[in-house]
Design a protein around this ligand. Structure first.
Ligand code: TXA
Ligand code: MG
Length: 329
C-alpha cells in the first residue's frame, strides 16, 4: 500500500485529520504526532485493526498497547475500579504525557492489552492527536510508530523510515515537543508504581499523590510487569557506551582508538577528537527532545561505537538515562 503523508499546518482546517479519522473507522492504520513521540493508531475496539499494528511493527504479541482518549471521562469506558489516586493524577496531568494502568473493562478486546487484566490509558495533549481521536469517535490503540526495537519516532520522517508503504496515513505535525515517551504508572495497587519514567517526572507525581514506587532500571532477563520494557529497546544499531566523567571519556576513547567513534556530549570538551561529535544539549529538556533523533542520525553515519555522556537522574534525567541505558544493553 502507498503511505500518504498529510502535513498539518493550518489549525483551522481539519479536513486531512477527518480523512485519517475515517481510515481509523474503516480499520486502517494512521501514524500521528503526540507531545511525546509519534504513535501508530488503530481503532481500539476493532481487534483485527489492532492486530495489524503488531504485524507492521513486528512487535511481539505479548507487548500490550496504550489506549488513547480525548476526554478524561472516557477512562471509565476503558477501565474499571478506578482509584481516587488515579483520578487525582489524571485531573492534574491530563491531557499530557502520563499513562495510567488500570483494571481493563470488558469493552476492550484482549489483544490491546496482550491478554493482561490491566490496560494502559492516556489522554495526549497534542492538538492533532486530540482532534483525530475526537473525529474518529473511538479510543485509539497506539504504540510508538517505529519498527520494534528502533528508537521511537519524533518526526514524521522517522515514521517513514520505518513504516513506509506499510500504513495508510501519516499525519505530519513536525518534531514532537518532549521527545521521550509518556510516564507509565501502574495504578492497580494501593501504592502506584512508575513502570517507565517519562515526560511527567516522579517528583511531579509525588507532589500530587505522595510516595510512589519506582521500578528500578532493568536487567536483561528480568520478568517484569511491563512486558515491553524487558529487552533491549530504543535501540540504535551501533554499540552504545555510557561515560560518567571526562576521565572515563578519555579511557573509552583510548579503548576504542581503532574504531570509528561518534560522541554525544552535553557540552564540548577541549582537546577531545572523534570522527563525529555532537553536543546533545545542556539542559535536560533539549537532551530529551533530540535524543532519539540523534540516535537515528548516528545510526546512519559511518561509526562503530557511540559514546554518550550520562546526565544525573533528577527530573527528566531519570527518563533520559532509562532510554540511554537500554540502548546500551
Ligand atoms: O508516549 C507514549 O506513551 C507513546 C505515545 C504514542 O503515546 N506510546 C508508547 O507506546 O510509547 P509503546 O507501545 O511504544 O510503549 C508502551 C509501553 C510498552 O512497553 C508496554 O509494554 C507498556 O507500555 N504497557 C502497555 N499496556 C500495559 C499493561 N497493561 N501492563 C503493563 N505494561 C503495559
Ligand atoms: Mg515503543
Amino acid at each position: 500500500m502507498r503511505t500518504r503523508v498529510f502535513e498539518i499546518k493550518d489549525k483551522k482546517d481539519d479536513s486531512k485529520i477527518e480523512i485519517a479519522a475515517d481510515i481509523i473507522n474503516k480499520g486502517g492504520l494512521v501514524a500521528f504526532p503526540t507531545e511525546t513521540v509519534y504513535g501508530l493508531g488503530a481503532n481500539a475496539l476493532d481487534a483485527s485493526a489492532v492486530e495489524k499494528i503488531y504485524i507492521v511493527k513486528q512487535r511481539p504479541k505479548n507487548d500490550p498497547l496504550i489506549v488513547h482518549i480525548a476526554d478524561k471521562e472516557d477512562i471509565h469506558k476503558i477501565g474499571v475500579d478506578i482509584s481516587n489516586k488515579t483520578i487525582k493524577l489524571i485531573n492534574k496531568f491530563w491531557p499530557g504525557p502520563l499513562t495510567v494502568l488500570v483494571k481493563k473493562s470488558k469493552n476492550i478486546p484482549g489483544i490491546v492489552s496482550a491478554g493482561l487484566e490491566s490496560v494502559a490509558v492516556r489522554f495526549p495533549s497534542n492538538r492533532i492527536a486530540r482532534v483525530l481521536i475526537e473525529k474518529s469517535g473511538v479510543p485509539i490503540a497506539a504504540p510508538s510508530a517505529n519498527l520494534f526495537g528502533r528508537p521511537s519516532p519524533t518526526d514524521s520522517k522517522h515514521v517513514l523510515e520505518d513504516l513506509n508503504d506499510k500504513i495508510d496515513v501519516i499525519l505530519d505535525g513536525g518534531q514532537t515537543e518532549i521527545g521521550l515517551e509518556s510516564t507509565i504508572i501502574d495504578c492497580t495497587s494501593e501504592i502506584p508504581t512508575v513502570l517507565r519514567p517519562g515526560g511527567i517526572t516522579v517528583e511531579q507525581i509525588e507532589n500530587a499523590i505522595g510516595k510512589v514506587n519506582v521500578k528500578s532500571s532493568l536487567e536483561k532477563n528480568e520478568i517484569i510487569k511491563s512486558p515491553g520494557q524487558g529487552y533491549k529497546h530504543y535501540s540504535p544499531k551501533k554499540k552504545v557506551v555510557i561515560v560518567k566523567s571526562n576521565e572515563e571519556l578519555k579511557l573509552k576513547l583510548e579503548e576504542f582508538r581503532n574504531k570509528k567513534i561518534g560522541l554525544m556530549l552535553t557540552k564540548d570538551v577541549k582537546n577531545i577528537k572523534a570522527d563525529f561529535k555532537i553536543i546533545i544539549g545542556e539542559d535536560k529538556k533539549e537532551i530529551a527532545r533530540n535524543l532519539f533523533k540523534n540516535f537515528r542520525e548516528f545510526d546512519n553515519l559511518n561509526v562503530d561505537v557511540i559514546i554518550i555522556e550520562a546526565v544525573d537522574d533528577k527530573g527528566l534525567g531519570l527518563a533520559i538515562m532509562n532510554r540511554v541505558s537500554r540502548a546500551a544493553l
